[in-house]
Design a protein around this ligand. Structure first.
Ligand code: AMP
Length: 306
């Protein structure tokens, strides 16, 4: 069972305290689909400009990502420029150039309409809605967004949130969306928009999952080597959805495992710039880190209790 993802494919220019890269491969759908491709088949819907190099499409194809939904339009590829200080949780956007996304109308190839798993990665909520209109009846719809869209397209975004099963956003976005500083109260407000499961990413502090009746917390993997957090959120979402689509297990315990796989994948992405670490990653390394997560978070119950 594969996943259909719509989102950005981008050129990123990023500066962190540990280095600087210009015009490297990035974008929400790029990180998501590369991460998910370790677990399942992925089909990508996005647009690039005529300046997008062949080596990037070849890389995505080498991960078996179906690019029939990737349009190549006249103009420049979407680009994002950002900077991080020593607090790597805090991304500062210096420039967002929508370029070919300004006029893009996603058209879902007929063979993707029956997709069972749909991920609306960070992109204009009007485009997310356009995709929702074209797919038949996915088993799970998840979505992401960011401050840029929360402030510029709030109404459209709220409509999308009301139609998805799982919303995956970071803590600052949750606070901005709910106008509520306390994350637990913020989660209640966001769940009242109609989404059933809310996953709040907290960078190096891990992830919180909220439903009406449960809360689950997973830490981030403690790493000595963190170079660039760009794409960590999308890589998390790719591992999370990829594992769900691979197993089809949507029980509470299946979702918890998927959250840990998402965290494992994100922990690799931040070890290098762009998608460099994901390019060399192997499945046994993923499994090893999953085991480390398990032993790192295991503790016994009270004496005489499980
Ligand atoms: P994250 O996982 O949140 O670090 O996402 C980083 C990726 O989001 C980068 O590779 C950017 O190209 C992409 N991005 C940044 N701003 C936007 C935006 N406004 N819409 C869509 N994608 C974006």
């Amino acid at each position: 069972m594969g996943i259909l993802v719509v989102g950005s494919v981008a050129f990123d220019s990023v500066e962190t305290p540990f280095g600087k890269v210009e015009k490297v491969l990035g974008g929400s759908a790029t990180y998501f689909s590369t991460s998910a491709s370790f677990f399942t088949d992925v089909s990508l819907v996005a647009v690039v400009g005529d300046d997008f190099p062949r080596e990037h499409t070849e890389f995505l194809m080498s991960r078996n990502i179906d690019l029939r939904g990737l349009s190549r339009n006249r103009g420049e590829t979407f680009s994002w420029t950002g900077r991080y200080g020593y607090d790597l949780n805090d991304a500062q956007t210096l420039e967002t150039r929508l370029n070919v996304f300004e006029t893009f109308k996603p058209s879902i190839p007929p063979e993707y309409e029956e997709a069972e798993y749909l991920f609306l990665a960070n992109i204009d909520p009007d485009l997310q809605m356009e995709v929702l209109r074209q797919v038949k009846k996915p088993r799970i719809i998840a979505s992401d967004t960011m401050n840029f869209w929360i402030s510029s397209k709030n109404e459209a975004l709220q409509k999308v949130i009301g139609m998805v099963d799982i919303l995956i956003i970071n803590d600052a976005e949750a606070r901005q969306l709910s106008h509520e500083p306390n994350l637990v109260k913020s989660a209640r407000t966001i769940l009242s928009l109609g989404v059933k499961t809310l996953i709040i990413k907290r960078g190096e502090y891990g992830v919180l999952m909220f439903t009406d009746s449960t809360i689950f917390a997973a830490p981030a993997y403690p790493l000595e080597k963190v170079f660039d957090p760009t794409g960590a959120g999308d890589t998390f979402a790719g591992g999370f959805m990829g594992y769900l689509a691979n197993t089809g297990n949507l029980s509470e315990s299946g979702i918890r495992q998927a959250i840990v796989f998402g965290s494992v994948m994100a922990s690799f992405t931040v070890e290098d710039f762009s998608l460099e670490r994901l390019k060399t990653l192997t499945y046994p390394e993923i499994e090893d880190r999953y085991r480390s997560f398990k032993s790192m978070t295991h503790f016994e119950g009270l004496p005489g209790e499980d």
